[in-house]
Write a protein that binds this ligand. Structure first.
Ligand SMILES: *Cc1c(COP(=O)(O)O)cnc(C)c1O
Length: 277
C-alpha cells in the first residue's frame, strides 16, 4: 500500500518550496545588515557552502559516469547585494548568474576578480545594449526577436556573444521559454541567414537552457531534463551545429540535471544557506 502520509507531506513540501521560490524572486537582494549572522560568520558559511556544492556536483557527475569538470557551477547571486556577492567570488566561485540585467550590470561594475557573468532571467530587448558591456553568457533567449536584437547589438559592438536558447520542457503555459516546436526554426534562422557560428561578432548559440516546472518532483524534473537533452541531440543533427552546453538544474534538482547531461548548473540558495534571513 502506498504511504499516503508521506506523499501528502512531500506535496506540501513542494508547494512550500515553490512559494519560497516565488517570494525570493520578488524580493530585493539583501545587504549585510539583513543577514542571519555576522559578517565573519557569513564569509565562512559562504565558503563552506561553495566547497560543499562543488563536492556534491562532482559526486553527481561521477555517479553519472562523467568527468567532474564537465559540469560548471554558475553561482546565482540574485539574493544578495554586491558586497555579499564578492565573498562568494573570494571563496572561488567566478561564474556568476543574475536574474535581472540591471543587477548584473551594476555588480559587474564593482566586483573584483576574473568573473564570467551569466544572464539567466528574462531579458527585455531594451536592456541588451547595456548588458553586452559585461560580456555575459545569455541563457534566457526565448524569442526570435530577442535573438535578433542580441545579434544585431553584438555585431555593432564588435562582440561575440554566447547564448543559449531557453526552451519550455515543462508543458506549462505560464512557464518561460520557447515552445519546443519553435526551437529549430530559431536556430536555423541564425545559422543559415548569418553564418555567425564562426567566432565573428554576433550571437553564437552554444546550447539550450530549461527550468523544471513549478511543483515538479525530482523524478518529473529528471524527465524534463532528459527531454531537453533529447531535443539538443535532435537539433544538433537537424541543424548541423554543435550545441555542447545544457544549462539545467538549480539547488533543488541539480543531481537529476547532471545525471541527464547538464554542463551548467545554476545554483543560488544552497550557496547562501545560513546567511539569508
Ligand atoms: C533563482 C534562479 C536559479 C537558482 O535557483 P536556486 O533554487 O536558488 O538554486 C536558477 N535559475 C534561474 C533562472 C533562477 O531565476
Amino acid at each position: 500500500m502506498p504511504d499516503m502520509s508521506r506523499s501528502v507531506k512531500m506535496r506540501s513540501w513542494y508547494l512550500f518550496s515553490d512559494l519560497s521560490k516565488i517570494l525570493s524572486m520578488a524580493a530585493q537582494p539583501i545587504s549585510s545588515e539583513q543577514m542571519r549572522c555576522g559578517i565573519e560568520e557569513a564569509k565562512s558559511r559562504i565558503a563552506e557552502n561553495w566547497h560543499e556544492v562543488r563536492a556534491s556536483v562532482a559526486d553527481a557527475a561521477r555517479a553519472a559516469g562523467r568527468d567532474a569538470d564537465s559540469v560548471r557551477i554558475v553561482g546565482v547571486a540574485k539574493y544578495v547585494d554586491a558586497t555579499i556577492t564578492q565573498w562568494l567570488v573570494d571563496a572561488g566561485c567566478v561564474e556568476l548568474g543574475e536574474n535581472r540585467p540591471q543587477s548584473l550590470i551594476e555588480k559587474s561594475g564593482v566586483l573584483d576578480g576574473p568573473i564570467r557573468w551569466h544572464q539567466i532571467g528574462h531579458l527585455q530587448r531594451n536592456k541588451v545594449r547595456r548588458l553586452l558591456s559585461a560580456e555575459p553568457v545569455i541563457h534566457s533567449v526565448d524569442s526570435q526577436r530577442l535573438l535578433d536584437e542580441i545579434h544585431c547589438e553584438a555585431s555593432q559592438q564588435a562582440r561575440s556573444v554566447d547564448v543559449l536558447i531557453e526552451v519550455n520542457v515543462s508543458d506549462e503555459d505560464a512557464k518561460t521559454g520557447l515552445p519546443i516546436e519553435q526551437a529549430e526554426a530559431v536556430l536555423r534562422q541564425l545559422v543559415e541567414s548569418r553564418d555567425s557560428q564562426s567566432g565573428e561578432p554576433g550571437a553564437r548559440i552554444i546550447g539550450l537552457m530549461a527550468m523544471a516546472g513549478w511543483g515538479t518532483t525530482p523524478d518529473q524534473a529528471q524527465r524534463q531534463f532528459a527531454k531537453l537533452r533529447g531535443l539538443r541531440d535532435q537539433l544538433q543533427t537537424a541543424v548541423g551545429i554543435p550545441l555542447p552546453e545544457l544549462s539545467m538544474g538549480m539547488s533543488g534538482d541539480y543531481p537529476a540535471a547532471i545525471a541527464e547531461g547538464a554542463t551548467l548548473v545554476r545554483i543560488g540558495s544552497s550557496l547562501f544557506s545560513g546567511v539569508l534571513p
